[in-house]
Design a binder for this molecule. Structure first.
Ligand SMILES: Cc1cc2nc3c(=O)[nH]c(=O)nc-3n(C[C@H](O)[C@H](O)[C@H](O)COP(=O)(O)OP(=O)(O)OC[C@H]3O[C@@H](n4cnc5c(N)ncnc54)[C@H](O)[C@@H]3O)c2cc1C
Length: 385
């Protein structure tokens, strides 16, 4: 048992902190939030420094490190700014399908560009009538000549306005039973692809520096060589994909919680009410103690889940715990940080309301908190005869 980060992990953590403190400009973050700007240049810079797709092997442009390292980066970025973290950390979203299940040829072709920040990726799973119930997707891919022909609609797709490439989950065998009828296909040239229409879904609560879009596929042709993994194994691949990607989501939440907590702590020491700092009221002391404890607990869950992945023993329940509890702590702490700031917390100038708006989505995407609890409960209870 060793709770210390390795020297390399500590270096990555320090480098991520230094990068975020140097490059995440507060005014720019507020502008991205208000004007829905995708920070394209920042993504390039983060990639140049090796923070994008850090988990990919070095031969494919990554740093050859693990998910724990990705979590450290996500956490450090989110402590500094909750708006600028997601676009930088998730510019590789979806490409984990290739990293985990792709051929060497696919890895060589796509991963280095994504890791270099030259190419943005997205993951196209959710459909208008099927989010949590992923086995009910209806988008199909039929074989025709050397191609798949894709028809259907995906929705809520992060990065879609900027994405060059992405992974889509589709039904490839309508006759096959549920769970073995689905495949994952890689799509190139998303913005110029014939048969693809991308529409921005408009205003949303937070994460406004990323686009959230509907993507309609109308006889969209993709070469059959773009199949990722095995035909019919798409559902299983998707579940394994989420077991991996959910953990950095938990890490981002821990970072947001830590950032909001630090703001609340500083404010509570400065703000005087009834002649004394807010931090001196026992109620505030207890709040701060609870917040610090929850963050520490969530952080340890995230690190352990990531460590299990890196050691070849991924644990679906633990990954779900890390994401569910991390996201819950993120939302709870941001809420309490607003409260500790009083009326000022509700106003944009103090940023904690922005933190709160950014934290909330973490309880919804990549599996809602209810679905995370199902995953945990299934592992705990097992099959009942
Ligand atoms: C900003 C944003 C970005 C997103 N980015 C992406 C992306 O990049 N790619 C992508 O594919 N998707 C993305 N999503 C979609 C997201 O993953 C889904 O919204 C989420 O999985 C929930 O699906 P749904 O919205 O259809 O809700 P539903 O599945 O309709 O669920 C509605 C409610 O019912 C609950 N519920 C569902 N099933 C059960 C059950 N069995 N028992 C108890 N409660 C249940 C849910 O937890 C939820 O509270 C994004 C969503 C948003 C809002």
């Amino acid at each position: 048992m060793d709770f210390e980060l390795t020297e390399e992990q500590q270096d990555i953590k320090n480098a991520a902190k230094e990068f975020a403190e140097g490059e995440f400009d507060l005014e720019y973050a507020r502008k991205c939030d208000e004007e829905h700007i995708y920070p394209r240049e920042l993504v390039r810079k983060a990639a140049k420094e090796g923070f994008v797709a850090i988990q990919f092997p070095e031969e494919y442009g990554g740093q050859g490190v693990g998910m724990l390292d990705k979590c450290l980066v996500g956490e450090q970025f989110a402590i500094v700014d909750s708006t600028l973290t997601l676009p930088t950390l998730a510019s590789d979203f979806g490409s984990e399908q290739i990293w985990l299940f792709g051929t060497d040829e696919q890895k060589e072709k796509y991963l280095p560009k994504i890791a270099a920040g030259e190419s943005i990726s997205c993951g196209m799973y959710t459909e208008p009538d099927a989010g949590s119930d992923a086995a009910s997707y209806k988008t199909t891919a039929e074989k025709d000549g050397d191609d798949y022909v894709i028809n259907g609609t995906k929705t809520f797709i992060t990065n879609a306005l900027q994405a060059d490439v992405g992974a889509i989950a589709v039904i490839t065998d309508e006759e096959a039973p549920k769970f073995s009828n689905m495949s994952v296909i890689w799509i190139d040239d998303l913005q110029e692809h014939e048969g693809i229409k991308i529409s921005d879904l408009g205003r949303k609560m937070g994460i406004n520096s990323t686009s959230t879009c509907e993507i309609a596929f109308d006889n969209c042709r993709v070469p059959q060589s773009n199949l990722v993994g095995e035909e019919g194994m798409g559902f299983l691949q998707m579940m394994q994909f989420f077991d991996t990607t959910r953990v950095p989501v938990g890490a981002m939440s821990v970072g947001m919680a830590q950032g909001a907590y630090e703001k609340a702590l500083a404010y509570s020491k400065e703000r005087k009410v009834f002649g004394m700092p807010v931090a001196k009221f026992e109620v505030t002391m207890f709040k701060l103690a609870e917040i610090a404890t929850k963050i520490e607990a969530a952080r340890n869950l995230v690190y352990k889940a990531a460590w299990k992945i890196d050691n070849g023993t991924p644990d679906a329940a633990l990954s779900s715990m890390a994401k569910w509890y991390g996201a819950k702590v993120g939302v709870d702490v941001c809420d309490e940080a607003i409260q500790i700031h009083g009326g000022y917390g509700y106003m944009a100038d103090y940023d904690v309301e922005r933190w709160y708006r950014n934290a909330k989505i973490q309880e919804i995407y990549e599996g809602t908190k209810e679905i995370e609890k199902y995953t945990i409960a299934r592992e705990i209870i097992g099959r009942i005869k």
